[in-house]
Design a protein around this ligand. Structure first.
Ligand SMILES: Nc1ncnc2c1ncn2[C@@H]1O[C@H](COP(=O)(O)OP(=O)(O)OP(=O)(O)O)[C@@H](O)[C@H]1O
Length: 271
């Protein structure tokens, strides 16, 4: 990306107030002088409130690093990341913990439900950690469970649930605190094709019906075709961006495949 384009994007990013997220000129370097890796090399983009976005790119292109910088697990080397109008790169340690607790939701590959807690308790935990008033918790948990169709398994433990029910309980846990941003790292990576389709339908529902803003890192063009927009990273830089627009999911899938096939050809293996 040229510097002029980067500056123009950064200016646009700074001006838009419908954005859930603004990533501006972010660089992330690992290692020391003798052994430097530029994992992110000046990445700029915005995500609008209510958008469902995928990040793709070859292995080592910086996808997880980008997600980790947004979730504040990693500190950026330079640049800024604005969530809900506040630059999270300048937060103190205490602010960061509060930010992660209150404004982010996470969807993990293996759901990360706690085996010793019931469905109800797993979902409620997200609200307890956030410090929600105790008397509100049961109704909020039940309401989110109804929306995701798992109100029938609230008394069950994870081992008593089907894979799809576990996915839905995990989605309810991510959504119940009403986060500004949901981050998902390879949410379908460990799933067979049927379970992947269920997971993607749940994420579509979270986005379309509940208004969640979702950023998903994926290697899977099929998964990416459920989103509104795909950003492609290569060597820590934005390489391409595809918007779904009015095209069908199938058409969008075909366009995504063109880019991933090109990138796979460059790196000599599948993304
Ligand atoms: N903690 C670290 N220390 C040193 N280098 C790191 C560290 N984390 C990531 N890197 C390097 O940064 C680059 C980007 O890594 P990252 O994990 O973000 O890639 P990715 O696109 O998510 O890859 P994959 O698709 O294989 O998960 C890689 O070259 C990686 O080796």
């Amino acid at each position: 990306m040229t510097e002029v384009f980067a500056r123009a994007s950064a200016a646009h990013a700074a001006n838009s107030n419908r954005d859930a997220l603004q990533v501006m000129a972010v660089k992330k370097t690992f290692g020391n002088r003798d052994n430097l890796t530029n994992a992110l090399n000046g990445v700029t983009f915005n995500v609008q409130t209510g958008e469902f976005m995928a990040i793709m790119g070859p292995s080592g292109s910086g996808k997880t690093t980008l997600l980790n910088c947004i979730s504040t697990i990693d500190r950026v080397t330079s640049g800024s990341i604005v969530v809900g109008g506040r630059d999270i790169t300048s937060f103190s340690r205490g602010d960061l913990a509060k930010f992660r607790r209150e404004e982010l939701g996470f969807i993990f590959q293996d759901f990360n439900l706690l085996d010793t807690l019931t469905g109800f308790e797993n979902i409620a935990l997200a609200l307890t950690i956030k410090g929600a008033p105790g008397r509100q918790i049961p109704e909020r948990v039940r309401s989110m469970a109804r929306t995701l169709g798992v109100d029938g398994v609230l008394d069950k433990y994870p081992y008593q649930m089907s894979g799809g029910q576990k996915q839905r309980v995990a989605a309810a846990r991510a959504m119940v605190g009403d986060p500004k941003l949901i981050l998902a790292d390879e949410p379908t990576g460990a799933l067979d094709s049927r379970a992947s389709a269920v997971m993607l339908e749940i994420m579509e529902l979270m986005n379309r019906d509940l208004g969640a803003t979702i950023i998903m890192v994926t290697h899977d063009s099929f998964a990416a075709s459920f989103t509104d927009r795909v950003l492609f990273l290569r060597d820590g830089e934005l390489f391409n961006e595809l918007r779904r627009g009015d095209s069908s999911r199938e058409e969008f899938f075909a366009r995504i495949m063109e880019v991933t096939t090109f990138l796979s050809g460059e790196v000599g293996h599948d993304l």
